[in-house]
Design a protein around this ligand. Structure first.
Ligand code: MSP
Length: 534
């Protein structure tokens, strides 16, 4: 047995941020979720020991205020929203998460208390007086660089640079985490592990921030009680970000299930760039203080822009994911956002662009290719995979080599978080197969009985090309890929699609001649676009 077959599968633990429970899910949230899901599905299919975690962030002043305004207790408010909005979102965009954590789960509250107690016992926490400007929108005491003078109704006041709303001056006795003590260790971490924070622009921003000097972090609040009590002083609740960041370890057994924790941790965190500092500075400092390993990677993606601005509910540019999936389906949603936006950069959303890519790339490029090839197998070979002749032509070899090449490149691009480039690489094969069919003209070969072998070779090449595509596209468009897989007869012959080792997808010849195929429904039906730009 080869050595690598004996090796343990490597662990791949991937997370999304946990979402503020009282925001209505919009496509910005769904974007983070889908990106993490594509990576999770890819690694799972590669045989890595994968665990995909998502969830909701339920404590803090912002949630307490909304619940109170709606006349409900905060826990009841959170329960309602998790059931009516956040869990349904997982189905809307076809997520394959292994776990869903809520910060009101007992496992989380117990883990946070243990973590805090450890930091306190080890001397990383002290009590102090505090006075600073707080933004409830960000749930953060704002650094000077993000405090600006208000305009219009807020003229004369200090406002948050992100939310443009007045800041609140808070004066409290707080517990502080001695974060400043970790400045040098953090800088050494960014230096020694250049891929710890990605992309490079995010890394540079984090380094510049830490180089300016780190202050200690206030980690408790006394002015309200919707939070996890500080274990040694129940008149305080834990600062919501300190509580929220810990979800990544409390969900994987911290302080409760050592074997699970050992198996999963450290994680790869996918976050929006607006919450980079929490994940790349505060979080590793917390872990260092607790004597735990820092995350494997923190990857910050860009913002979805609508009409040139960060899409947000408060600015009324928010779009609910099901507004898109109801018309285009979840596969198209996933494909569009992963393909059209460079992962790590901002990207604009428009209905026109979505509709155009749907039609050109999914319906005409990929869907049509699948139906044409299967229809020709039906017509010329009684619905079975034809037997390729022994005379491989240069055009056939080019497809075979391209399949191996794109499979390898896509895997490499995924490991570098360049999801859009991985998909673009796979699409080279879609385009090449379409070009190959146009050039080889199988319908013309079919008219000449002397060309029967050549026809079989051409259709074997295209059918096997579809097999490669189904495997490589399963993480991105799981539903269409599964339909194609079944139609190819591959389910019977090779087993479940998710069980196909994606790193071997490019190995040619796995689909065996004679395999019985099935009819395929149109993968991406034509969509009538209404007059409102949708
Ligand atoms: N609760 C915190 C995260 C705690 S993690 C320990 C939070 N929640 S959030 O609901 O406001 O945001 C969650 C994610 O959605 C973030 O990654 C954020 O960047 C992302 N997005 C929210 N609006 C977005 C866009 N317009 N575009 C892209 N992503 C956006 O922050």
């Amino acid at each position: 047995m080869a050595l690598d077959q004996q090796a343990q599968p490597s662990s791949f633990f991937i997370t999304t941020p946990i979402f503020y429970v009282n925001d209505a899910p919009h496509i910005g949230h769904a974007y983070t979720e889908v990106a993490a899901d594509v990576l999770a599905r890819w690694h799972r299919q590669a045989g890595d020991d994968t665990w995909f975690l998502t969830g909701t962030d339920e404590h803090g002043q912002k949630i307490l205020r909304t619940a109170t305004a709606n006349g409900v207790a905060p826990k009841e408010w959170a329960d309602r929203l998790v059931e009516s909005a956040w869990k349904p979102l997982l189905d809307t965009i076809d997520l394959s998460n292994d776990d869903f954590i809520r910060t009101t789960d007992a496992r989380h509250e117990e883990g946070v208390a243990k973590f805090l107690q450890k930091l306190y016992d080890d001397g990383h926490v002290y009590a102090g007086e505090f006075e600073a400007l707080y933004c409830v929108g960000c749930e953060e005491f704002k650094p000077k660089s993000e405090i600006v003078d208000g305009e219009g109704a807020f003229a004369g006041e200090k406002v948050c640079a992100i939310h443009s709303k007045p800041l609140e001056l808070l004066q409290e006795k707080n517990y502080f985490f001695k974060m400043s003590a970790f400045q040098e260790r953090l800088l050494a971490l960014y230096e020694e592990r250049p891929d710890f924070v990605q992309p490079a622009s995010a890394r540079n921003e984090v380094i510049a921030f830490v180089q300016q000097g780190l202050e200690d972090l206030s980690i408790s609040r006394t002015s309200f009680d919707w939070g996890i009590p500080i274990p040694w002083d129940s008149s305080h609740v834990t600062y919501v970000w300190f509580d929220a960041l810990l979800n990544y370890v409390t969900a994987t057994g911290y302080g409760a299930d050592a074997a699970q924790f050992e198996r999963r941790w450290p994680a790869t965190h996918i976050v929006g760039k607006d919450i980079l500092r929490f994940h790349a500075v505060i979080w590793p400092a917390m872990l260092m203080a607790a004597g735990l390993e820092v995350p494997r990677n923190v990857f910050a993606h860009g913002w979805l822009l609508v009409g040139g601005e960060k899409m947000s509910k408060s600015k009324l540019t928010g779009i609910a994911p099901n507004e898109i999936t109801d018309t285009f389906g979840s596969d198209a949603f996933r494909y569009y956002f992963m393909r059209a936006i460079s992962f790590g950069h901002d990207g604009s959303f428009s209905w026109e662009d979505l509709a155009a890519r749907y039609q050109a790339e999914l319906a005409n490029g990929f869907g049509n290719l699948a139906s044409r090839v299967l229809a020709m197998n039906q017509k010329y070979f009684e619905g079975r995979v034809p037997q390729a002749g022994s005379d491989e032509q240069p055009a056939d070899a080019a497809i075979r080599e391209l399949a191996a090449d794109v499979a390898a490149r896509a895997d490499e691009r995924i490991s570098a978080f360049a999801i859009h480039e991985a998909i673009a690489a796979v699409w080279e094969l879609v385009d090449a197969l379409n070009g190959y069919i146009t050039e080889q003209e199988p319908w013309a070969l079919a008219k000449d009985p002397a060309q029967r072998d050549r026809l079989a070779s051409v259709l074997y090449t295209t059918t096997e090309g579809l097999r490669v595509l189904a495997e490589l596209l399963a993480p991105v468009i799981p539903q269409a890929a599964a339909k194609l897989w079944a139609a190819l007869g591959a389910e019977e012959a090779l087993g479940a699609l998710e069980a196909q080792p994606i790193r071997e997808a490019g190995r040619w010849g796995r689909l065996v001649a004679g395999t019985e195929q099935q009819r395929i429904a149109v993968l991406f039906p034509r969509i009538e676009i209404d007059g409102e730009g949708k």
